[in-house]
Design a protein around this ligand. Structure first.
Ligand SMILES: [Zn+2]
Length: 837
């Protein structure tokens, strides 16, 4: 008997659920009838429940004895039953907790200064059992017939549309919703509160124009003016996905809810998607491109799940990675079509790099792994699932062609609709659609093996020799081989080859050819060229490469520095060759390297570094102009903001800092305002601090709230950061945000060591207060602290204070810190000398 899996002898097919919350008391009463099939004679019926007070259980209309086992989170009903159908009826009460899981309480202060309460739910992965007794495993799909009994002035929302309202003797109203399609318990949503809704936007349903999809945004009162952008993205994506998948939206309506308290970013509850406010509500006139893109990303991500995840669902939690990787892939694909000018696939490079960073460590993990306890999958919600998984799907899509991939996905969804699948089902359905490519073998080599390869390219006469070796920071002779799909560009002619062994010899016609390996830049691997091939890609040839190819050249070079195979001074010289570069994504890669270098030096060497940075960036900024020009693209404005920040902060340029102070009051350009906000903070006075704090406390939009809050972690002095840390622990910053504010404090170039000491001091408090899944993210920037004494302190602290819900991620942070410490030790002196030479 697996303690984490319920017996399959009794299988539910329908829940008739009634829940009545008392928002003021933070409690609820509930009643559920579960219609189930009994497949074999049983002596017990076993389902899940925890933190519920069960008062009565009836099976087949007769009262039955039961035991609630808190340790296994099970309700065991002692009843003999014969094969056939049965009805399990349970009466219970529960609490609306403050832990942001199960059915929980979210609060906000209304316009009159009164605290208001919302009862909202987050069931994934295994918290539906906190809201009502249920068979809480993803392959127990069932129909849900839900009724919420609420005060008449409150809005009640669930997965399906409202069908009926019946007044109750106690003055409340019973709001009943339509039956859902068969779905998993982790997708159930029940929300009650003093909320408002936008009018519905009607989106045509594929092949059924008579029944359009009603799309609404639900929010706390007074925020309706921030819903237009989210509705626009949502309507676009609903239409786009129906056409991409070739399948109509699988349920009646689509509500998107902006909630004041939410532990994750958003949750794909069928037809009732929940979000953090900052990821659904925005004012486009004052938001930066990135702030809007974050909304578009998350909205398109969640809507992708309505089919992939909700209509077709993983059998067990080991499949969660594919669920998330796929939605990540689709979010970028959909966004890229929504706003082609945002070049979303180019900016996705940065996300791939985040995965590379972890995947270059010895402590990385395979993408998929066996999951026994549901908690084992907690560690799957990381960059290796979302960013690496999404990158692998992009690599596959580009190799077998986008249309072939799309057909395979559509075939998979229609074959398995309303059902549950294993990962290999997707590869097999794609392979059936695009014959001739060993999709399963190819993907298995990336899913079941940790890490990724460095593909080396060298010339031997007119032969091109490709070879692969697992990439690692530090030395490795790891023999792992991957099936690497390679797009090769030889003098502008593209061919595709599979590097499925240690090496591959390709004859090219002309020994003087320019060769690009990983052309287009979508492969999940790094490339190392020999000196001859490399020299042909630099200089004027750079301009002939795609944005992603150039991004990869910079990113690969910086990681060779981290790995100890390229001197930091040489990297600096290398990026000084990019003065003609005008693409945002490439500059972002350059800025990451520059920021890393800036942490390696102090004193005179730091001054010399600042001069080099300023000399590189100043002419580019002068060329772009300090003011937006009429009709320029969003990415041009974004690049200007990035360069202003690099010049003012990394370059410590007094003129740029002064201009930022002027800009903050004179410009209306969101990119300049955001850049100046951070640049001023980096050298900010106590008066600046007070002003930022006031603006954080009274923001016009969720984006402005976050912008000023995070800027409070950028200030330079000990006393200022002390105030920010106190603020994070004061309860004034929501627990969903406080860990990320502390994260920024630890990342502070000047006060990071101090911030770490403070977080260390308040460790128990942080663990008590903040959501479980945010603890490891809070301390992630300790990887930037490289002084030997601090490294020793961090490493020994965590050997005594493990983070069990994120053990693997913690290992990776600690290894990354050791890698950076080695980098600092290797480079500090020789880089300093090179800079001052
Ligand atoms: Zn997701």
């Amino acid at each position: 008997m697996n303690p984490y899996r319920l017996p399959r002898s009794v299988v539910p097919h329908r829940y008739t659920l009634a829940l009545e919350p008392d928002l003021a008391a933070a409690t609820f009463v509930g009643h559920v009838i579960i219609d189930a099939n009994v497949n074999e004679p049983v002596q017990q019926i076993v389902l899940n429940a925890i933190e519920l007070d069960v008062s009565e259980v009836k099976v087949g209309g007769r009262v039955a004895p039961f035991v609630l086992d808190e340790a296994t989170e099970r309700l065991v009903i002692d009843v003999a039953d014969e094969p056939g159908t049965t009805a399990i009826e349970i009466t219970f009460t529960g609490i609306l907790n403050d832990k942001l899981r199960g059915w929980y309480r979210s609060t906000f202060t209304d316009a009159d200064g009164n605290q208001q309460v919302i009862a909202t739910s987050q069931m994934q992965a295994t918290d539906c059992r906190r809201a009502f007794p249920c068979f809480d495993e993803p392959d127990f799909k069932a129909v849900f017939d839900i009724t919420l009994i609420v005060e008449p002035h409150l809005l009640a929302v669930s997965n399906a549309p409202e069908t009926e309202r019946v007044e109750q003797p106690n003055g409340k109203v019973a709001v009943r919703f339509a039956e859902t399609m068969p779905m998993s318990t982790y997708l159930v949503a029940v929300v009650v509160g003093p909320l408002e809704s936008t009018p519905a936007v009607m989106v045509p349903r594929l092949d059924d124009p008579e029944h359009p999809i009603a799309l609404r945004i639900i929010h706390v009162p007074g925020k309706g003016h921030l819903t237009q952008f989210g509705l626009d993205v949502g309507a676009y994506a609903l239409d786009w996905y129906q056409r991409y998948y070739g399948i109509a939206y699988p349920t009646e309506k689509c509500d998107m809810l902006a909630l004041p308290d939410f532990a994750a970013g958003a949750m794909e509850n069928l037809g009732c998607i929940t979000y953090r406010e900052s990821l659904l509500l925005a004012d486009p006139a004052t938001s930066t491109q990135l702030e809007l893109q974050n909304l578009a990303d998350v909205i398109t991500h969640e809507l992708a799940h309505m089919w992939f995840g909700d209509l077709v669902t993983m059998k067990w939690w080991n499949g969660i990675w594919l669920n998330e990787a796929f939605a990540t892939f689709m979010e970028v694909a959909c966004c890229n079509d929504y706003r082609p000018d945002w070049k979303r696939w180019a900016s996705f490079s940065l996300e791939r790099s985040a995965a590379f960073e972890v995947d270059s460590l010895a402590s990385t993990r395979t993408v998929e792994y066996p999951v026994e306890a549901p908690a084992d999958c907690d560690g799957m919600f990381d960059v290796l699932t979302y960013q690496k998984g999404g990158s692998l799907l992009r690599m596959l899509e580009q190799y077998i062609t986008p249309e072939g991939f799309r057909q395979g996905v559509s075939h998979y969804l229609s074959t398995h609709e309303y059902g549950n699948t294993e990962t290999s089902d997707l590869w097999d359905r794609i392979e059936e659609s695009v014959s001739g490519t060993p999709v399963r073998a190819l993907m298995d080599s990336w899913i079941w093996q940790a890490g990724y390869p460095l593909v080396s390219a060298r010339l031997e006469g007119s032969d091109l020799l490709l070879s692969q070796q697992r990439f690692a920071y530090g030395d490795t002779d790891d023999p792992t081989l991957f099936v690497v799909p390679i797009h090769l560009l030889v003098d502008g002619q593209e061919t595709k080859v599979l590097l499925d062994g240690a090496d591959l010899r390709i004859t090219i016609a002309d020994a003087t050819s320019t060769v690009v390996v990983n052309a287009g830049g979508h492969g999940y691997y790094r490339v190392s060229y020999d000196a001859t091939l490399r020299s042909r890609l630099l200089g004027p040839a750079l301009a002939t490469l795609t944005v992603l190819d150039r991004y990869n050249l910079v990113d690969d070079a910086w990681n060779e520095v981290v790995a100890g195979r390229l001197a930091a001074a040489d990297f600096l010289t290398f990026v000084e060759g990019f003065s003609a570069e005008r693409e945002y994504a490439v500059w972002q890669a350059i800025a990451i390297g520059l920021r890393g270098i800036g942490r390696l030096v102090e004193g005179d060497a730091l001054q010399a570094y600042r001069t080099r940075v300023a000399n590189l960036v100043r002419p580019v900024l002068a060329d772009l102009g300090w003011a937006p020009t009429e009709g320029e693209g969003d990415l041009t404005a974004k690049l200007r903001g990035l360069l202003v920040g690099v010049l003012a902060v990394l370059g410590d340029d007094a003129d740029a800092q002064q201009r930022c102070r002027e800009l903050i009051t004179t410009t209306t350009d969101p990119e300049l305002i955001a850049a100046a906000t951070n640049a001023i903070a980096a050298v900010g006075t106590d008066a600046d601090y007070d002003e930022y704090l006031a603006r954080f406390r009274n923001p016009a939009t969720p984006q402005e709230e976050l912008r000023y809050m995070y800027a409070l972690a950028e200030f330079p002095s000990r006393e200022q950061i002390e105030r920010t840390i106190a603020l994070a622990f004061s309860g004034e910053v929501r627990t969903q945000n406080a860990p990320f504010l502390l994260n920024r404090c630890i990342a502070n170039r000047w006060q990071g060591n101090y911030a770490w000491q403070e977080v260390r001091k308040h460790w128990d408090d942080a663990n008590d207060k903040f959501p479980n899944n945010t603890i490891v993210r809070m301390i992630d920037p300790v990887k930037l602290l490289t002084e030997p004494a601090v490294v020793a302190d961090v490493q020994s602290f965590f050997s005594e204070h493990p983070i069990p819900q994120a053990a693997k991620t913690l290992d990776q942070v600690l290894e990354r810190q050791r890698t950076n410490a080695a980098l600092a030790e290797r480079e500090a002196e020789r880089l300093g000398e090179a800079l001052q030479a």
